[in-house]
Design a protein around this ligand. Structure first.
Ligand code: MN
Length: 448
């Protein structure tokens, strides 16, 4: 299953719109992508990009939960379990020789790629939808992850490496005095993006997780000039090396919170080869938009779902809400069995997703996707002196402007908005009006 096949399926389901007028990747395309988010967030093709003949730009591909579920062939209710199953049962993908991405193999010239400039004060054009794969120096460990990449010139990028798995591989190469080979693939199936955003233990390749999500359908190719693998169905692959010596300033950049992340010294990638389809589709991804939140957030929701399921037998739903940047706020509905369950669930959620800052536990009668219902639960089922959990100086997200953006130290707050069990339970019931058949009929007619 390829990115193109997925887009074709979405076209058939009327999820796609096309813009024919020639537009600039500098602010113009991102402004239009953003404007479509309030109106069902369709996938949008920019069929003519000013100054770029070989590429079309596509945006908002994974901007709805519904489309991500459709890409995996799962329901919204089973999404978290599918992700956990794939992480627990990774399957080795096939390695193939032939691939449509080998149609053109050329010297790097990054200014020929329609990389978007998204926000006013961003440091420059940023590639935001690329998956980056690399191996440990002994070839034993492979990692695939998503990183923002600032274009410096025709052959160089600077990569933001947060201290996670790719950072660890780079540190290993650096200790051996070597640069780290990386394959940077753009225009890949949503399952590969989702897997690359997930966090299986170090040593488990996210390609294997993607292959499991795709039911064994992932094929990889070996790069031409460096040692790393790329999805055979990618639209464009940049082959490069993360320098063990050269660094430069990276940022400011609007990240998932919609606020500017601060500039930091980060390593430079030298691109040594480019493979692409002749007419390729460049995937644009708007930072701080719902697509960014869903791709980063859904694998974390799955981790929270899994961790809280070990505390209480029934976890109904988990939402890393858009208002909480799809990253910092979790709302979790459970069926509790004893009165301490919600507090244990809060602790499990904070452990499962280290960037989580605020979490709310509600009962299963509350829809976690409806902010007013969640607020109602806090209004009617929560007492600040008994149901509040405050954890100071814990590790949180460096993306939160109110936390320490260098160390990530933050204060975490948990809210137990579940009603007490036992005799008092009735006091907290959502009141209902009994419906007669006649009332239902009239209500249905009035809905027109
Ligand atoms: Mn990893």
């Amino acid at each position: 299953m390829s990115f193109r096949e997925f887009l074709k399926n979405m076209e058939d389901l009327n999820e796609v719109i096309h813009i024919e007028e020639s537009l600039s990747p500098i602010f113009e395309i991102p402004a239009i992508m953003k404007s479509l988010l309030s109106a069902n967030a369709p996938i949008v093709f920019f069929n003519s990009v000013e100054g770029y003949e070989d590429a079309k730009v596509v945006g908002n591909v994974c901007a709805t939960r519904k489309r991500i579920c459709a890409s995996l062939g799962v329901t919204e209710d089973s999404l978290h379990r599918e992700i956990i199953n794939a992480i627990n049962r990774p399957e080795k993908p096939k390695i193939v020789d032939d691939s449509p991405v080998k149609e053109i193999i050329e010297e790097p010239k990054l200014s020929k790629i329609p990389v978007l400039r998204h926000y006013e004060r961003d440091a420059g054009p940023y590639i935001t939808s690329a998956i980056i794969s690399a191996e440990s120096p002994d070839g034993e460990i492979e990692n695939v992850s998503i990183h923002r990449l600032l274009v410096l010139d025709d052959r160089r990028l600077v990569i933001r490496l947060v201290p996670r798995h790719l950072f660890k591989l780079w540190s290993m190469a650096k200790d051996a005095g070597k640069d780290l080979d990386v394959a940077i693939s753009i225009g890949v199936h949503p399952a590969i993006l989702l897997a690359a955003a997930s966090s299986p233990p170090f040593g488990v390749s996210e390609y294997w997780v993607a292959n499991s999500l795709l039911k064994g359908g992932l094929k990889l190719i070996e790069c031409e000039k460096i040692h790393a693998y790329a999805p055979a169905e990618s639209e464009i692959v940049l082959e490069g090396r993360i320098s063990c010596k050269e660094e430069t300033m990276e940022g400011p950049f609007v990240d998932i919170t919609g606020a500017y992340d601060i500039p930091r010294r980060q390593p430079i990638i030298e691109i040594v080869n480019v493979m692409r389809r002749e007419k390729y589709i460049y995937q644009a991804l708007l930072p701080g938009g719902p697509e960014h939140m869903l791709l980063m957030g859904l694998p974390r929701e799955a981790m929270i779902y899994d961790a809280v399921s070990k505390i209480v037998p029934t976890v109904k739903a988990v939402n890393l809400s858009f208002g909480g940047c799809g990253w910092l706020h979790a709302i979790i509905s459970i069926e509790k069995q004893t009165d301490g369950d919600a507090k244990n669930a809060l602790l499990a959620a904070f452990a499962a997703h280290p960037s989580l800052k605020h979490a709310v536990i509600v009962d299963a009668d509350i829809n976690v996707f409806n902010p007013e219902e969640v607020e109602w639960a806090i209004a009617t089922r929560f007492q600040g002196d008994e149901d509040l959990l405050i954890i100071r100086n814990a590790r949180g997200s460096t993306l939160d402007p109110s936390a320490d953006m260098e160390t990530g130290l933050t204060t975490k707050v948990g809210i137990d908005a579940t009603r007490p069990l036992g005799a008092e339970k009735e006091k907290f019931e959502k009141a209902r009006i009994p419906l007669t058949e006649r009332a239902i009929r009239i209500i249905d007619n009035l809905k027109i």
